[in-house]
Design a protein around this ligand. Structure first.
Ligand code: SF4
Length: 266
């Protein structure tokens, strides 16, 4: 029987998920629950319903939309192949994101393998949390890792994401040993992970890997705010502001002082 998986979106013509023009496939389900997650609908592994934006709570209208669908490897690959011409012209390809794609290891491996068979460039957008053995199984099919690091401090990582960062660091070090191409992505969240010592510790750790040139700083934004309400999920970020341009520039300068190539916003 053909392998299936659960996705919650396919985004065409994506330009921030790796080089060139890409198709980004969002796999549903994540073992973390980051306070600032702007895709809270990505966290559950189950199909869900969300209150529609069009529905008005003041009236009797209470229309709900389905989130997530079960799809086969062929369904996804045929969607990706429709835009092959754009990948060829722009140096783009397919990106697998989530949720956490490593949480559907068989489905992910088959998707990546099919892309490589078709000569499509592949990127994996991952928080790095998953069994190393499963990560090793897919490494050869991934051209570029977009690897999220959220904290150097393990206790804070656990407090704000639900898991320790030890596995995430070990998996990253394994990819570095294999000399894979890796862009680090760091969400910047005021009062949570933007403190000087946290930034410096993280920068020193990344520098010590002696392999990473590019870091994307991703400013926290409140775009997902209304989704928490519509999913009836608790939003712990009500009182946390978005970082200002000035704050982001100061953090950029700190990372640049370590010699990194920094971009803001991916
Ligand atoms: S790792 Fe990403 S998808 Fe998972 S909870 Fe955190 S921000 Fe959301």
């Amino acid at each position: 029987m053909e392998e299936t998986g659960v996705i919650f979106d396919i985004k065409k013509f994506a330009i921030h998920d790796g080089p060139g023009i890409r198709t980004t496939v969002f796999l549903k389900g994540c073992p973390l629950y980051c306070w600032w997650c702007h895709n809270p609908e990505s966290q559950s592994f189950k199909l869900q319903k969300i209150q529609s934006k069009e529905s008005d709570l003041k009236t009797s209208s209470n229309f709900k939309k389905e989130i997530g669908r079960i799809v086969s490897v062929n369904d996804v690959i045929s969607e990706i192949l429709k835009d092959r011409i754009f990948y060829e012209e722009s140096g783009g390809g397919a990106t697998f994101s989530g949720g956490e794609p490593l949480s559907q290891p068989n489905f992910l491996r088959l998707l990546l393998k099919e892309c490589k068979k078709e000569g499509i460039h592949t990127a994996l957008d991952t928080c790095g949390y998953g069994p190393m053995e499963e990560l090793k199984e897919i490494v050869k099919y991934v051209d570029l890792f977009l690897y999220d690091l959220k904290f150097y401090d393990s206790m804070n990582h656990e407090k704000y994401t639900g898991v320790s960062n030890k596995t995430i660091f070990k998996n990253l070090e394994m990819l570095v040993d294999l000399k894979k191409e890796i862009f680090i992505r760091i969400p910047i969240i005021p009062t949570i992970n933007d403190m000087d010592d946290e930034i410096i510790n993280l920068a020193e750790y990344i520098l010590g890997l002696k392999h990473i040139q590019k870091i994307d700083l991703l400013p926290y934004h409140k775009i997902g705010k209304d989704k928490y309400f519509r999913l009836r999920m608790l939003n712990k970020m009500e009182n946390i502001p978005e970082p200002t341009k000035d704050q982001m520039e100061k953090i950029r300068t700190k990372f640049e002082s370590f010699g990194f190539n920094i971009s803001i916003g991916g």
